[in-house]
Design a protein around this ligand. Structure first.
Ligand SMILES: Cc1cc2nc3c(=O)[nH]c(=O)nc-3n(C[C@H](O)[C@H](O)[C@H](O)COP(=O)(O)OP(=O)(O)OC[C@H]3O[C@@H](n4cnc5c(N)ncnc54)[C@H](O)[C@@H]3O)c2cc1C
Length: 484
């Protein structure tokens, strides 16, 4: 008989969280800590969503999205998770760029970028200072019509090389382009520039293990292999429960960590919302997806220090659309040394490229396999020609993932890696105004994606839900919208 993953679940909870991405996990933990009964439902057999890992023969462990995040993650983890988690966050100092326009190594913070822009790119100190100050002062309530392209034109007209330095890493980090609102760039870029790029020592599996332990301590009822099919809403637009693995469970509030569009159109159903809200939701664009190639060296073998993150490209200039092409040379290499998982002896490489679902979704199985092999082959060629000449001889395991893989495991429409474009944030925030008790917490609006954005959005939404669940006399004021 099939195992019942909902065995002994209660009939009713204060909060049901759909999905265990970083936003869902954070919301669940905060609300349980505040004394509410919380059920966390995850369709996959593993918690973490995109913050995930997989194991292969010979003890190899590959991290999927552990390439880097801003320092703000330390503060958020200390406040909303545990000291142990916060204390495991360490800086990555070796960030490299190799492309036809420049070759450089940087610690990726304001100080070092100021030096590079002045000494290597011949930009005046005054312009650099003004640019950093302008980016730093941007916030959610600023003019949203100005694009990142216009921002760069204002400070660095005609300087495609400078735009590449400033923009390429952010495009990899959240899929944003020059046509997205400048505030999304300003907020995310400034977060990285404040102190550089950070990682979680011990690997994603260790992080999720610690988060799971903390949630259990706080009383979250965690269920894996539990697919939510429906959010139940009463005719007077109140959340009343969910249907999961064919079973109904009642609740006062639902926080959906599933994709925003899936939440509205598939799990809830458009009949429960105002016409205008549905039109706005239909207009929300999904963000792009990703491809990755995972490579593990044979146990005991190593490569020289190649830095931690390498933005490699043979493309002549910065081109966000070309970065998503199946035939692009541009890729980010994450080099993992034994220090990633102290005690391990493994050297691993993960190559990431941005990608469009439309290039992968319609392929037949033979075409799909052939395209994955092409991706692996071109990645190995790049490595052997430029960075690790004997990579093929040293390799123990290699495989690739595509937008189809991300769609399969996280159920994000079109395998969207970073949720939605900017307009998704307004729709996500307005959801509880449409249906009492229905919230969305997950990658949206560019600024609320990535590890830090997702955790912080989980905090904001948990506070909203807490306010609804807590009698007015006990409510403390929620924090202001404070993005990634
Ligand atoms: C290849 C790649 C590399 C990345 N690299 C970085 C990086 O270096 N740094 C960084 O900061 N960010 C990175 N990101 C982005 C970052 O991982 C995500 O933005 C973040 O983890 C998303 O968290 P989330 O809370 O939005 O939820 P998600 O991770 O999207 O998780 C949603 C969860 O909901 C579950 N779910 C969906 N529908 C249902 C349902 N109906 N029932 C039950 N469960 C459901 C899914 O299974 C999933 O577990 C990367 C992403 C990708 C794809």
């Amino acid at each position: 008989m099939a195992k019942d993953f909902l065995k002994d679940a209660k009939d009713f909870y204060d909060v049901i969280v759909i999905g265990s991405g970083l936003a869902g996990l954070t919301s669940a933990n905060i609300l349980a800590r505040n004394g509410h009964s919380v059920l966390l439902l995850e369709h996959h057999y593993q918690l973490g969503g995109m913050a995930t890992w997989f194991k292969r023969q010979n003890g190899h462990i590959f991290d999927i999205s552990l390439h880097g995040f801003p320092i703000g993650m330390i503060k958020s983890c200390r406040k909303y998770w545990t000291t142990e988690i916060a204390d495991s966050i360490v800086q990555l100092k070796g960030i490299r760029f190799e492309n036809p326009q420049f070759s450089l190594r940087t610690s990726f913070n304001r100080e070092d970028f100021t030096r590079l822009l002045i000494e290597k790119f011949n930009i005046s100190q005054e312009t650099v200072t003004k640019f950093f100050d302008a980016a730093r002062s941007m916030n959610f309530f600023d003019d949203q019509s100005k694009t990142t392209r216009q921002l760069f034109e204002e400070f660095f007209p005609g300087r495609d090389d400078v735009v590449r330095l400033l923009m390429e890493p952010i495009t990899y980090a959240n899929g944003s382009t020059l046509d997205d609102p400048a505030i999304t760039y300003g907020i995310v870029f400034s977060n990285f520039m404040s102190k550089g790029v950070f990682t979680f020592e011990g690997g994603t599996d260790h992080l999720v293990k610690l988060m799971k332990a903390e949630m259990e301590k706080n009383g979250v009822d965690i269920r894996i292999r539990s697919l939510v099919e429906k959010i139940e809403i009463s005719p007077d637009r109140k959340v009343t429960g969910v249907v999961v693995n064919g079973k109904r469970i009642g609740c006062r509030t639902v926080i959906s960590n599933a994709n925003l569009k899936t939440t509205i159109f598939q799990l809830a159903g458009e009949q429960h919302f105002d016409r205008k809200f549905i039109e706005d939701s239909q207009a929300v664009r999904l963000n792009n997806s990703s491809c990755q190639v995972y490579m593990a060296l044979k146990p005991g073998l190593e490569f020289d220090d190649l830095g931690d993150l390498l933005f490699h490209s043979e493309h002549r200039g910065f081109d966000a659309e070309a970065l998503c092409s199946r035939h692009i040379s541009s890729r980010t290499f994450s080099f993992y040394y034994p220090r990633t998982r102290p005690g391990s002896d493994r050297y691993m490489i993960v190559s990431s490229t941005n990608a469009h679902y439309k290039d992968w979704g319609p392929l037949s199985e033979p075409e799909y396999e052939a395209s994955k092999n092409d991706l692996i082959e071109s990645t190995l060629q790049c490595l052997e020609q430029r960075y690790i000449p004997d990579i093929r001889a040293k390799l123990d395991h290699v495989e690739a993932s595509t937008p189809r893989t991300f769609e399969h495991y996280t159920r994000h429409q079109q395998g969207a890696s970073f949720g939605t474009k900017f307009e998704g944030l307004g729709v996500s925030r307005a959801l509880p105004e449409q249906v009492n008790g229905l919230f969305h917490a997950g990658s949206v609006g560019i600024i609320m994606s990535g590890w830090l954005g997702a955790v912080n959005y989980g905090v904001i939404v948990a506070n909203d839900a807490d306010k609804l669940l807590t009698p007015p006399s006990m409510v403390t004021p929620p924090p202001a919208l404070s993005p990634a």
